[in-house]
Design a protein around this ligand. Sequence first.
Ligand code: 5HC
Ligand code: ZN
Length: 192
Amino acid sequence: MNHHPTDSSEVTSNSFREDSQTKTQKKRDDYLEWKDYFMAVAVLAAKRSKDPNCQVGACIVKDLKIVGVGYNGMPSGCSDDEFPWGKEVSNPLDEKSLYVCHAEMNAIINKNISDLKDCSIYVSLFPCNECAKLIIQSGIREVVYLSEKKPYKPKYMASRRMFLAAGIKCRQFIPKQDKIEINFTTNNNDIL
Ligand SMILES: Nc1nc(=O)n([C@H]2C[C@H](O)[C@@H](COP(=O)(O)O)O2)cc1CO
Ligand SMILES: [Zn+2]
């Protein structure tokens, strides 16, 4: 068969060869870095929350491994269709705050190792004073948060005061990437 040098099949196979060589020589440099990954897991977990006003996620990490994840929700057995999601409602028994388990609490309870000594917790929202107590008592040594609401509120000031006294490192997270896209319909080019 008379192959012309610009034959499209030849061009394709050459470029494929070059492509695969390049891939074996150099690693990707646009990969998700660890800290963005851990915070992204917290943000993804928050998407499971049924709270109509505020969805929070938490991800606990030890030696670069995820050891617990949680989001804010009703306790097990307390149906999130029956328990109230209201705030400042006329019946005080219908306040969600009486019932909701915070993301941090759920991540701590869901831990898959025996103790959380020296772990970090990545949270999408700065912890309240009740979660700060749990964090401190569980042995977690570092809190990394994405955002905070009303830092002047006594519950958040109390958290900071306890973290400081207990020697817990606490810092706001600045992601390397502002946005991470998950597209379930995209094909993985490497399969081709
Ligand atoms: N760090 C946090 N972890 C959490 O899981 N939460 C939860 C408790 C509620 O379900 C919701 C706050 O609702 P709202 O009071 O902003 O309508 O977020 C809240 C905070 C902030 O204190
Ligand atoms: Zn809390």
